[in-house]
Design a protein around this ligand. Sequence first.
Ligand code: ATP
Ligand code: MG
Length: 274
Amino acid sequence: MTQIRNEENSRAAVMAVASGKGGVGKTNISLNLAICLAAAGQRIVLIDADLGLGNLDVIMNLNSRYNLSHVIDGRKTLDQITQIGPAGIEVICGGSGLENMANLSPFQHHRLISQFNRLQNRTDMIVIDTGAGIGQNVIGFCMAADHTLVVTTPEPTAITDAYAVIKILAGKKYPGRISLLVNMASSIEEGKKISRQIAQVAARFLATPIYEAGILCRDECLQAAVCMQKPVVLAFPKSPFSRGIRTLSHRLTNTSPMQTSGEGFFRKVVNWFF
Ligand SMILES: Nc1ncnc2c1ncn2[C@@H]1O[C@H](COP(=O)(O)OP(=O)(O)OP(=O)(O)O)[C@@H](O)[C@H]1O
Ligand SMILES: [Mg+2]
């Protein structure tokens, strides 16, 4: 039933969620999308790659005592830091240890990469919630992913930053798919208009196709759910935001399989970081 996983190399497809501008909804979109995909039978891993200020654990009320930095320094295994979230999603908190990877011995390096390869081999999709900005720590994850979901809002500053992400990826000849999600729109029409404009500019000036992922309207239920530390798709499943996320989830499972490259995701992350 799944179209997400690339059956040829049997690895989870990887989707990075990025935006440039902060506070546009990346974390809530990543989390709620991961839950909907898992509820539809996919084996989903959600990685909080906001290495400085990750807050997935807060939105889900999870314990984030251990994170990737403990795996990198060898104190924990990937399995030991993986927490099971709603609908059985596996959640991995990033922490701020990735820069330490540069100091790893070849043996430690190999051990880390093989743990990630095992993870990618036994799951269907890895969703990466990146941080704000267009630094290497964000772009590196996008470049390593098969699909980058760029999130914007109708604010001109958010649009400019989303376009900046697209431009950087295009400049680096990103081989994956780029799609655009407009969040906090005041109407579907407004969102569609923005989406079309960005796609047109990217096609004209960057010769890069941008797929329309969808539109999510401003919805007070999301803020209420965040305050309750509950994912909105569980707290308010009938809210417009939750419905929009479910539509996005169906769209992702029903589109053609992504072209995942033969190389494991984490090895690519390492290549892009160091
Ligand atoms: N569609 C929406 N309707 C109403 N409020 C929203 C919507 N989307 C996001 N928000 C608000 O924006 C806040 C920030 O969302 P979120 O933390 O998901 O953004 P982010 O892009 O991950 O931020 P950061 O860049 O800091 O990681 C939410 O707590 C919520 O209050
Ligand atoms: Mg966030």
